[in-house]
Structures are given as C-alpha cells and as structure tokens.
Design a protein around this ligand. Structure first.
Ligand SMILES: [Ca+2]
Ligand SMILES: [Ca+2]
Ligand SMILES: [Ca+2]
Length: 199
C-alpha cells in the first residue's frame, strides 16, 4: 500500500518530457553525448553502460508487451502502426523492424541494436540531469546531505540499497544510473511516450 502510494506520487513528478528531447536537433543530442563521455572511460563507466543497456532492453520489452495485444509473442500490423513505431532517423515504421519480411516482428527483431543505442543516448543525459540536481556541490558524488530524496525514491526496492549499491556511503553516477534504470520499467508509462519519473 505504502509502496503503491509512493510510486504513484513519484510517477506524478516529471522531468522534461523524453518526447521533447526526441525533437532536439541531432547536434544537441550529440553535444549531450559528448559531455556525458568527456570523463575518461573508467571501469565504472563501462559497467554503467551495461546497466543503462540492460535497463533500456527491459523498457523495450515492456513496450513490446504493451503492443502485443493478443499476447502471441509477435507484433503484427493490426497491433501497431508505422506512426507508433517511428523513431526519428532510425525507424520509419513496421518494415524496419520486420527484417525477414514475414509480416511479423519477433522480440529479437524488435531489439535492434541501433534502437537500443538511440534510447541509451536519449536517456543518459536525462539521468545525468537528475543526478546533477541532487549533486549540489558538483563533485559527481551524492554524499551525506545529498542522498535523502534519492534513498527515499529507491526505498521500495531494498536490493538497490537506496542507490548506494556497494554501500560505501556515497552514490556515484554509475550506481545512480544502474539503480534508476533498474526501477524505470516498473513505471508503467512507456518512456518513449512519457517523461521520465523525477526524484
Ligand atoms: Ca501479437
Ligand atoms: Ca556531491
Ligand atoms: Ca557507493
């Protein structure tokens, strides 16, 4: 009950919509990408990519399930329109996913690498923005005094340890991103049509 309340409260608070980010120019998107990658590629950053990728794949599976109305494990043209599927510069419609042209889109066809990368590049700056909002001294760590709201947000998922996954007392961006992407699929709004939940 408490968890349901917390979720609905949190889901009511939104960041700038992911949809509007979609309409950013490619230049803006690549600028965001560059700034996100400006730091040296440490082991932590690589691990963080894995968390982001895993989260995006889970989100795509949620999206697939919502479209698969007859729950037969494939998408057909009566379930989804080209307009539903379109992603600027990546997907124009059904045929782009249906790689063997049999009129059905399997989950494997749906999880296209370029689409996964598209969403990783779109979501990461949003997660960074959210992290930076809490990182008041800008040292890229959430330390005591910067963690309260973040810990409350992750509290329905005890295994996430309030976002401090290794329990060393500080929350790095990598930990924050991994934890956030882990919970994102629990918010029922498909991210490609809604804003990301704020903290
Ligand atoms: Ca189906
Ligand atoms: Ca800080
Ligand atoms: Ca930590």
């Amino acid at each position: 009950m408490k968890r349901a309340f917390l979720l609905s409260t949190l889901a009511g608070l939104f960041l700038t919509s992911a949809l509007s980010a979609c309409q950013n120019s490619p230049v803006q998107l690549s600028a965001n990408r560059l700034s996100a990658q400006a730091a040296p590629r440490s082991a932590a950053a690589i691990r963080s990519d894995e968390g982001l990728r895993k989260g995006v794949i889970e989100l795509r599976k949620v999206r697939f399930s919502k479209w698969d109305k007859n729950v037969n494990g494939v998408l057909t043209r009566d379930e989804v329109t080209d307009q539903d599927m379109a992603l600027p510069g990546v997907i124009s419609g059904f045929k782009d996913y249906d790689s063997n042209g049999d009129g059905q889109i399997t989950l494997t066809e749906f999880l296209r690498e370029d689409v996964i990368v598209f969403w990783m590049n779109l979501i990461r700056p949003k997660v960074d923005e959210l992290f930076s909002k809490h990182d008041r001294d800008g040292n890229r760590l959430l330390t005591v005094g910067e963690q309260d709201k973040v810990k409350l947000f992750f509290s329905p998922w005890p295994k996430l340890k309030g976002g401090d996954l290794n329990q060393d007392g500080v929350i790095t961006f990598s930990e924050f991103e991994d934890a956030y992407l882990e919970v994102l699929p629990f918010f029922q709004q498909p991210v490609d049509r809604q804003a990301l939940p704020s903290i």
